[in-house]
Structure formats: structure tokens, C-alpha cells
Design a protein around this ligand. Structure first.
Ligand code: ZN
Length: 105
């Protein structure tokens, strides 16, 4: 099994994250269900702000696709609550912005 399962940008096809980097598939984004990843590639940070999320106030940076600039989700920079600290440095990508590539079955 050497095939790589990756998520790509649903808008332009750029690779964004490995399936192996998924932490959770049941997060809530702006556009519905979102996945939490350990890291992502081919993204850049745009707006940085403190945002009230369902789990409290977090400092987040919006993440956009490096190739097509579509808004993909955000990166958690800081969490106020101790229980939310595990999210720091992690990346939330909206499910609707993701497409699967590779040998999934
Ligand atoms: Zn893209």
C-alpha cells in the first residue's frame, strides 16, 4: 500500500492535505461540516482575528488556496480555553472545499 490519499482544492485541484493528517471529521466551519487537520500545504493566511466560535474565543487566521485564492477555512493560532489548546497550530478545512484524490478504495 503505497498509494497516497490526499484532499485537494475543489476549486482548482491543488493538493491541500494528506488523509493521514486528519484529526477530526466533525468540526463546524462557516459552510457546514469541516475537517480538522494537523497541517495543510499550498495555503496562505489572510485575515487574522479573534473569533467567537462554538467552542469559545480563538485567534484564527483565514486560510486561502495558494493556487486559486479560494477561502478554504482557517488555522487556529491561539485558544483561550485550556481545553481547546490542542487546536493551536491546527488547520480547519471546509468539507465543501475538499475533493478526494488518489486510491481511496
Ligand atoms: Zn484552489
Amino acid at each position: 500500500m503505497t498509494s497516497k490519499r490526499v484532499y485537494t482544492c475543489s476549486n482548482c485541484g491543488a493538493e491541500l492535505a494528506d488523509e493521514g493528517n486528519i484529526i477530526s471529521k466533525s468540526f463546524q466551519g462557516r459552510l457546514g461540516t469541516a475537517f480538522l487537520f494537523e497541517k495543510a500545504i499550498n495555503t496562505y493566511q489572510s485575515l487574522i482575528e479573534h473569533r467567537q466560535l462554538t467552542s469559545g474565543i480563538h485567534k484564527v487566521a483565514d486560510l486561502r488556496c495558494k493556487a486559486c485564492s479560494v477561502l478554504l477555512g482557517w488555522k487556529y493560532l491561539e485558544a483561550k480555553e485550556e481545553s481547546q489548546r490542542y487546536k493551536e497550530g491546527r488547520v480547519l478545512l471546509e468539507k465543501i472545499r475538499l475533493q478526494k484524490k488518489g486510491d481511496w478504495f
